[in-house]
Write a protein that binds this ligand. Structure first.
Ligand SMILES: Cc1cc2nc3c(=O)[nH]c(=O)nc-3n(C[C@H](O)[C@H](O)[C@H](O)COP(=O)(O)OP(=O)(O)OC[C@H]3O[C@@H](n4cnc5c(N)ncnc54)[C@H](O)[C@@H]3O)c2cc1C
Length: 490
């Protein structure tokens, strides 16, 4: 059966537009409530913001500065729940905070106490002694540091987790389509949405889907989909680009993360140990319009390098950058002209009065389960759907495959690609090396070397016609965006 045929042959209770963190949790929440669910994603699953996060499931320590207590409590609760329900994918991560004066030590200790309290879990914060500081953070400028405080949050592989959520949604009966873009809505006589026109991005065929409710979960693209529904709709989004650079793990020198609590522009920067490398991020820059693969600017690279160099004995230089990537935060602008740096990470649920288009936007990866639950509850309260309770907080998200979780190599490639094509709807080199394996983010030049081999295997695995040369060319272009400036390909 063709993918589109599955979608065409039914009237869905819930049609979700967007296959990032919000869409994946919506699909799982909806399908596990027993609702007939369809998700359409214009690229691959988690291709946009949800594969470009800092890889943290966190209570939002930095939101305490703005006294956003409600958001911290909510995030802490969700973090604890996710650690419990998805321990195969979300693991505790210890953080260090260097303080430079007795005043800073007191201030951050008080903040961590409150953070612990809001977590309603056992106390997680602490402090290292001078000796521990040297052994636990060997590359830190010890002579400048007054104290090194510690606390726990959690780390994860964002796009891998999105795909696992979608696989779970599929086992609950959801119909999931990647590379399918919603272009237009179809309305009844009262202008309520009853269907949508979808374009397959692989064979460019168009088809229609029908549903009782439609949810816009398109992250940075939220305003575009709202305008498809109503061209005179006002903008609600403020887009902000966040960039990361990837360097060798020796610059962090520990398997604990480092939070730099105050940068020149009053933000925080993280150094995160991730899959054998160190991620440094992020920046916060205005972004005019949404795009899949936003570029990291040289200014952002300089900002990140100079920030971490102040704290490290041997700081990274431009030549040490292995990779770089950026993502776009879908922030909701409640008060016009507010800087994105002070916009809340809270989410927004809107229901358009005539068309009944539901919009879920804003928020964070950490709170996206709750965001999905609240959205469907709200739709039920508005009689858009029959009442059924959410069960996502009681589910277990466990590894379903038994393929080796070793880094991708020529030896493991065939087995992995077979699984990613058959079970995870991978269709091109980028799907494999960017979101199912994270080699593109971790080592773009190595990813480029492996690309021809991946393409060769894909040709034997895919059931549809596969334009091998075109895919290799497209992947080379994508790699350029991730390569450091110094080694950009032609
Ligand atoms: C740099 C950065 C770091 C971050 N770090 C963290 C972190 O460490 N922890 C945390 O909790 N949060 C973090 N966040 C926030 C988190 O990543 C986002 O809140 C979350 O990923 C947003 O998910 P989403 O599903 O709303 O959007 P997206 O992931 O962008 O998904 C929306 C999807 O909709 C699709 N779409 C758009 N239009 C259409 C259409 N017409 N038809 C079909 N599909 C369409 C898009 O292709 C896209 O895939 C970070 C964000 C950024 C930018």
């Amino acid at each position: 059966m063709k993918r589109e045929a599955q979608a065409e042959s039914a009237i869905f209770d819930v049609v979700i537009i967007g296959g990032g963190a919000s869409g994946a949790w919506l699909a799982l929440d909806s399908a596990s409530r027993g609702l007939k669910t369809l998700l359409v994603e214009q690229y691959d699953f988690a291709a946009c913001t949800s594969s470009r996060s800092t890889k943290l499931i966190h209570g939002g320590l930095r939101y305490l500065r703005r006294l956003d207590i409600g958001l911290v409590r909510e995030s802490q609760r969700e973090k604890n729940l996710l650690l419990h329900m998805a321990g195969d994918f979300i693991t505790p991560l210890k953080f260090q905070i260097p303080c430079f004066s007795p005043y800073e030590t007191l201030k951050y200790k008080a903040g961590l106490r409150l953070y612990d309290f809001l977590s309603q879990n056992e106390k997680s914060s602490g402090a290292y002694s001078r000796e521990e500081m040297v052994s636990k953070s060997p590359n830190l400028h010890h002579d400048k540091v007054h104290s090194l405080l510690t606390y726990f949050d959690a780390g994860f592989d964002d796009s891998r987790f999105a795909i696992e959520l979608l696989k779970k949604a599929f086992t609950c009966g959801a119909c999931l389509l990647n590379y399918t873009r919603l272009d237009f809505f179809i309305y009844d006589a009262k202008h309520k949405i009853i269907g949508a026109r979808i374009k397959d991005q692989i064979d460019f065929e168009e088809f229609e889907v029908y549903g009782k409710t439609f949810i816009n979960a398109t992250g940075p693209f939220t305003d575009i989909v709202r305008k498809i529904n109503n061209p005179s709709e006002t903008k609600i989004m403020c887009l902000s680009r966040g960039s990361h650079i990837v360097v060798d793990s020796s610059f962090l020198g520990t398997d604990e993360a480092l939070l730099i609590p105050k940068t020149v522009d009053g933000r925080v920067v993280f150094m995160i140990p991730w899959k054998g490398k160190t991620l440094i991020g992020t920046t916060e820059e205005g972004q005019a319009k949404p795009e899949k693969d936003p570029a990291v600017t040289p200014e952002e690279v300089s900002y990140l390098l100079s920030t971490v160099r102040q704290f490290l004995r041997h700081g990274p230089e431009e030549k040490d950058i292995i990779s770089r990537f950026a993502g776009i935060r879908p922030l909701v602008r409640r008060i016009p002209h507010r800087s994105s740096k002070i916009l809340s990470r809270r989410h927004e649920i809107l229901i358009e009065s005539t068309s009944k288009l539901v919009t879920l936007t804003g928020g964070k990866w950490t709170t996206s389960r709750l965001m999905a639950e609240e959205t469907l509850n709200r739709m039920m309260a508005h009689d858009l759907l029959p009442f059924r309770p959410s069960i996502t907080s009681t589910l277990l998200i466990q590894r379903l495959d038994n393929i080796p979780s070793l880094p991708v190599s020529e030896e493991t490639l065939k087995e992995k690609i077979h699984y990613y094509v058959k079970e995870e709807m991978a269709t091109c080199i980028e799907d494999i090396l960017s979101r199912r394996e994270r080699l593109l983010f971790l080592d773009p030049q190595r990813a480029l070397q492996l690309a021809p081999k991946v393409a060769e295997i894909l040709k034997t695995e895919l059931e549809h016609e596969y334009p091998i040369e075109q895919d290799e060319k497209a992947f080379t272009k994508i790699v350029n965006n991730y390569c450091p400036q110094s080694v950009r390909l032609s």
